[in-house]
Each structure stands twice: as C-alpha cells, then as structure tokens.
Design a protein around this ligand. Structure first.
Ligand SMILES: [Zn+2]
Ligand SMILES: [Zn+2]
Length: 155
C-alpha cells in the first residue's frame, strides 16, 4: 500500500511540527530538522540558549523582553539552534536539507546560506506571522541559489 507510505519530506516536516511544541517561547513556536541523504543530522526549536531562560516560566504574565522587531530578545531561532548544534559537533552541513515550520528570517537566512545547506522547506510564512509585506529571508535564499519553498502537504 504505497498510499500509506509517507515521504521522507513529510516525516521530517511532521517531526519539525512536533519539535515546535517543545518551545518555551511565549509567542511563536518553531521547529527545525536538518537532514542529509534522508538521515537526520540535527534538530532545533526556538528559545533562549539551553541553560539560560524559559520565557514562559519566567515571564508568564508579561512575556519575555522584546527586541526592536517585537521578537523575543533572548531566543535563538529554531534553525539557528539546529545549525549551531551541528557545527558544534563538527557535522558538515554542505548539501543538507532544512525543514522549518516557519520560514527563515533574514538573519537566519544568512546563517543557512553560509552553512552550506542546499535546500529549505517551510510550512508557514514568517512574513504572514509578523504581518510584513515580504518574506525577506526566503527571497534572500532563493536569490542566492538555495531553493526555499513552501512545503505542500501531499495526500
Ligand atoms: Zn522568549
Ligand atoms: Zn531566524
């Protein structure tokens, strides 16, 4: 029954979706999965560096301190966490594929580009989430040769 056999793309995007639920952030919950040759090489979700703050527990009423773009000022984004873990463990990211529940911001797009990741799938648009006119991270990656596309759930 091939109909019940999920693609790796779907499996990895579902895992990213589950990982997002682990985020302690007050607003956005984002998950990331890094793969190479259909094997998982790193994972991440958004939040302050491990061992520092848990925003939802420390500031349950007010939410955590915001930066000038109204994002958590303490958090690393999911893809940054996934990339840093891989780099820390000396994993070569050249040719890797990244699955994200939210499209990358511009800062993360630059990290993704520089790390050698060669393809990005995202589920939801960061620009839509923020109410911004364009997805600048997605535009950056597509412009400089890292295909970055919205993930279409297959049947
Ligand atoms: Zn936070
Ligand atoms: Zn980011």
């Amino acid at each position: 029954m091939t109909a019940n056999r999920p693609s790796f793309d779907l499996i990895f995007m579902n895992l990213a979706t589950d990982l997002a639920k682990r985020s302690h952030c007050v607003k956005a919950h984002v998950g990331a999965v890094l793969t190479k040759d259909t094997r998982i090489i790193s994972i991440g979700y958004n939040g302050p560096p491990a061992g520092t703050h848990n925003c939802d527990e420390e500031w349950p009423e007010t939410g955590c301190p915001r930066d000038d773009r109204n994002s958590c000022s303490l958090a690393l984004h999911a893809e940054a966490n996934a990339i840093l873990y891989a780099v820390k463990n000396l994993t070569d990211l050249t040719g890797a594929t990244l699955y994200l529940t939210l499209s990358p911001c511009l800062a993360c797009a630059k990290l993704i580009f520089s790390s050698g990741i060669s393809r990005v799938f995202f589920k939801n648009s960061y620009a839509e989430f923020k109410g911004w006119p364009g997805d600048e991270g997605v535009d950056f990656l597509n412009r400089f040769g890292v295909p970055t596309t919205k993930f279409l759930i297959e049947d």
